[in-house]
Write a protein that binds this ligand. Structure first.
Ligand SMILES: Nc1ncnc2c1ncn2[C@@H]1O[C@H](COP(=O)(O)OP(=O)(O)OP(=O)(O)O)[C@@H](O)[C@H]1O
Ligand SMILES: O=C(O)c1ccc[n+]([C@@H]2O[C@H](COP(=O)([O-])O)[C@@H](O)[C@H]2O)c1
Length: 211
């Protein structure tokens, strides 16, 4: 198990460089689709740790429709707290300006050290849009990308650099944050779509009720 950012010089228990997964997302709210994808990729790629990175200011989304970062961060902490292999990083929440994955990968690469292998985990929809991300070309030099299937989205690596992307099948969960928010707004249950603690956090704070 790898703890903290300065563990890059250590080898993992398997005697190889540590392998760190990075699960970036708006997590508005975090749901079981995110958690299953992270867990399955951790298993398939023998990751030592998965770092969940809630976005600060997702520049391709309408800022008026995105929940404050601190709520999204707290929900991600609650959802991942029981898994010793998962942790949450504030790196994007605490950075000013629009959130670019390239900045996050540069920072994580520099704090973990050069020997660590980084795997950025995305769903099929995010992977399909990756060429429109800030400094897209450089992304693939800093991490290996793992694309996961997602109901309603075609999983493809067409146009992406060879050898830099893996496509994997994870147990398909037709859950989206949009649907969770909409269900809360309509007074419908979201039990079992998200961890129990997220239902309670949303009930306690009143999030999504009037949006
Ligand atoms: N059900 C799912 N299965 C696999 N990957 C998923 C699933 N839901 C989200 N992801 C992936 O997790 C990452 C973060 O997603 P995000 O936080 O935007 O959730 P979302 O459900 O897509 O949200 P929204 O509906 O608000 O767009 C993205 O790479 C996305 O593709
Ligand atoms: O770097 C970018 O330009 C960029 C543009 C869109 C999305 N991303 C990242 O992709 C991940 C999933 O984003 P989203 O919008 O589907 O929650 C998350 O880590 C975002 O920061 C990154």
């Amino acid at each position: 198990m790898v703890h903290g950012h300065n563990s890059g010089r250590r080898s993992s228990g398997a005697g190889r460089p540590p392998r760190i997964g990075i699960m970036g997302g708006t997590f508005d709210p975090v749901h079981h689709g995110h958690l299953v994808a992270a867990s399955e990729v951790a298993h398939l790629f023998e990751l030592d740790e998965v770092v969940f990175v809630p976005t600060g200011q997702p520049w391709q989304k309408d800022p008026d429709k995105v929940t404050p970062p601190e709520d999204r961060y707290l929900m991600t902490v609650i959802a991942t707290a029981e898994n010793p292999q998962f942790r949450v990083d504030r790196i994007e929440i605490d950075r000013d300006g629009p959130t670019y994955t390239i900045d996050t990968l540069r920072e994580l690469r520099s704090s973990y050290g050069p020997s660590v292998e980084l795997f950025f985990i995305t769903g099929a929809d995010a992977l399909g849009a990756i060429l429109g991300w800030h400094n897209a070309d450089e992304l693939f030099e800093l991490a290996h990308f793992v694309g996961c299937n997602r109901p309603g989205h075609r999983l493809s690596d067409t146009g992406l650099p060879e050898g830099k992307v893996s496509l994997v099948e994870v147990p398909a969960l037709a859950i989206s944050s949009t649907e969770c928010r909409e269900r809360v707004r309509k007074g419908e249950p979201i039990w079992y779509l998200v961890p129990d603690g997220i239902v309670r956090y949303i009930n306690k704070t009143g999030l999504y009720r009037d949006s």
